[in-house]
Write a new protein. Structure first.
Length: 410
């Protein structure tokens, strides 16, 4: 099996691309049970039995592992805190060329249950992908047999000049212009896994994640949801408005959006994104600001062209140029062309002020036979064009918000 890496190409050379989720499981369970369930869950997902290939011409794709290939996705047991594990593992490049896309760490275990941290490379899937893997893992623990789930991504589609103009409008000229400049740039080149290694080493030598995890009290969530219903807005718009009021300036805000039109539960990067710009108006009540934020979001979400714009637009750039944007962010490559494009697209000093991913109420069970999910937290990655990354997830009646930044070490 070979599946092209197209709309997810921006994740290939990003040095901060790990999706983290941590769960607590209630129920007596052994290390052998956990290990067996993890390995069986991995085998049931096509993408976790694949590796990434970068071709000589710059193309990249997923390729199925051979039958005798070792499983590079791992579950290990240790005594370090989940935060310390993240700070350690974010500096270690996943060997995606060998098929390493998922790592799990059981960091707490007692007679009543355990806690596990999952780290998924974004090329292994999006946030919902990891949720569905965890669901499969839990079902296997409960004695169920998993169904096989294929690799599903979003193809770039027709990127010819005429087709691209129909899909993204006048901005179709931007990739065309920069592709020409890139090919004429004396620094123009293709990149490989050695460049990836160098980027990780440079970027993480003086940085680490700063993560705040906030469990929003149930009574607070109930009050917010009541207001949202009365005002006709969503929870995400409400949270956005709260950040806008606190930060006190015009913000460029990005939102990850699920692009699963068929509601499949497969693993693969099936996300798109929208963005809005807004400054909180302190002369108006919170409700008026929230209604405006929701209106701005709806104008993008209800327009298929606007909602899916970013995928064909970014796919239209030359592969090497897309990689160069991430390497510019990491500090290991610069050219006149990639530098200007990085500034234009927010890979430079001015990134998105906020990036928000709300998984909403998780569409996975809480109880699995003798086991129960007691806690769930979602930590999105600080992608190259982001700064303050907000993750929201609700398990049952409990909503957890995470705020993820990368800070320079003194």
């Amino acid at each position: 099996m070979i599946t092209g890496i197209e709309t997810e190409r921006a994740d290939l050379f990003d040095v901060s691309i790990l999706i983290a989720m941590r769960i607590s499981i209630k129920g007596k369970i052994t290390e052998d049970d956990l290990k067996a369930a993890f390995d069986k869950a991995v085998k049931s997902y096509e993408i976790l039995n694949s590796h990434v290939v970068i071709e000589a011409d710059g193309g990249a794709y997923y390729e199925s592992n051979s039958e005798d290939s070792p499983n590079c996705n791992s579950l290990t047991f240790e005594d370090n805190s989940w935060m310390d594990i993240i700070k350690r593992e974010e500096k270690v490049r996943f060997k995606i060329e060998d098929g390493e896309l998922l790592k799990a760490f059981c960091y707490e275990q007692n007679e009543n249950g355990c806690s596990i941290l999952f780290l998924l490379h974004h090329l292994g899937g999006d946030g919902k992908s990891l949720c569905y893997f965890i669901e499969t893992f839990m079902r296997i623990l409960a004695g169920e047999e998993p169904e096989y789930r294929e690799l599903i991504t979003i193809p770039a589609g027709d990127l010819s000049d005429e087709a691209l103009k129909d899909r993204v409008g006048p901005l179709a000229a931007v990739p065309k212009i920069y592709n020409k400049r890139w090919k004429e740039d004396k620094e123009c080149r293709l990149f490989d896994f050695e460049d990836m290694d160098a980027a990780y080493e440079e970027y993480w030598k003086d940085r680490e994640s700063d993560i705040k995890e906030i469990v929003i009290p149930v009574e607070t969530v109930v009050k917010i949801l009541k207001r949202c219903k009365e005002w006709g807005i969503g929870f995400t718009a409400y949270i956005t408005t709260a950040f806008l009021r606190r930060m006190g300036r015009k913000l460029d805000i990005g939102y990850a959006v699920d692009a699963r039109e068929d509601q499949n539960r497969c693993m693969g990067n099936q996300a798109t994104g929208i963005s809005i710009k807004y400054a909180y108006d302190y002369n108006k009540p919170f409700k008026k600001n929230a209604l405006k934020v929701q209106k701005l979001m709806d104008s993008k979400l209800e327009d298929d062209g606007a909602r899916m714009f970013i995928l064909p637009f970014m796919s239209a750039f030359e592969p090497g140029l897309r990689d160069a944007l991430n390497l510019k962010h990491a500090g290991t490559f610069h050219s006149k062309t990639s530098g200007k494009l990085a500034k234009l697209l927010g890979y430079g000093e001015k990134t998105k002020d906020l990036s928000i991913t709300n998984l909403t109420r998780l569409d996975i069970p809480i109880v699995y036979g003798d086991y129960e999910l007691e806690f769930f937290s979602f930590i999105p990655p600080v992608i190259s064009y982001g700064k303050n990354i907000i993750g929201l997830s609700t398990l049952g009646d409990v909503t957890v918000m995470t705020i993820h930044r990368v800070k320079k070490l003194s």
